[in-house]
Ligand binder design. Sequence first.
Ligand code: B16
Ligand code: MG
Length: 217
Amino acid sequence: SKKAFIFDLDGVVVDTAKFHFVAWQKLAAELGIAFAEAENEQLKGVSRVRSLEKILEWGNKSIDQETFDRKLIQKNEEYLEMVETLTQDDILPGVHEFLLRLRESEQPIALGSASKNARPILKKLGIHDLFDAIVDGTDVSKAKPDPEVFLNACELLNMPAANAIVFEDSIAGIQAANNAGMISIGLGEAQNLSEADEVFESFLDMPQDYQQQLLNK
Ligand code: B16
Ligand code: MG
């Protein structure tokens, strides 16, 4: 039967976290705040505004609103310069094949991301048109673990939440899917994503019969 297949973007479809890392690290350095991989990890799935708030909290710094806004614009411009270099080769292993398989069996597909840059990124990757619905950071008011982003996606696909399967790499995203009553599938390390219904290191590690099972459910 038909299912709603909902994909997170960063960490599931493409590794843009490495670009966020470079841009945030530069911004943090300008503010005299230490920023390493561990900090970047904690910003996965977190909105742009909330990310800068967190960095300032970690550094015990405060800046005025104007500087805050300017820094965010600067960060995003640098991030987008790196996004410009993306090609189809940057799609994470197994994702493109899985998307094509879903299209072949006429399953509804949506994107559910916190990023405000989701549409241009999907276009750069050449897979924008494989999605029947896109819900991103420009469409929602409540961040993951709030289920808003995934519930909106289901609404656009005209599918009940109980029939949805969410692919996520962040803890907040898995919680958002669980809060929506959807099946949650984690991509990444099992120990980080213990709340997910199932975890795979990548789409390549998802057995063919498991994929088939999802399609038949
Ligand atoms: P932007 P996802 C999230 O994407 C990223 O994981 C997170 O690091 C980023 O801050 C957020 O998007 C906002 O992105 O600055 O492009 O609006 O994992 O929800 O697809
Ligand atoms: Mg993510």
